[in-house]
Design a protein. Sequence first.
Length: 120
Amino acid sequence: MTTLAIDTTTGDLSVVNNELVFLSGGDEVTQRLSSRLRMIAGEWFLDTLKGVDYRGIVWVKGMSQTLIAAEFKRNIITTPGVAALLAYEQTFDVPTRKLSVNLSAQPIDGDVIDFSGVFG
């Protein structure tokens, strides 16, 4: 499988020398994970179940970190191209209300990928 690369700075399609950039393997899965974990559930009108339930779980005051982890893990393992979640770790910074996530996943085709992100 291949997909169009997205520039992480601008969020636009990545273009080099006036040509679109394509991703495959671990790079493609990493981009898919990043997009999936930043998507708010209900945001995409064609499938309102895709994405993280930020409004109902993550942004709820006093919500269990276990439930938040379960919501993120559900999104990770249902991301196209992910065969298995090998390791998951999260840290919640109360004053900034930011969730830091570190994970390792096994893509269907490719080497193990490590992914880190801050959400919230």
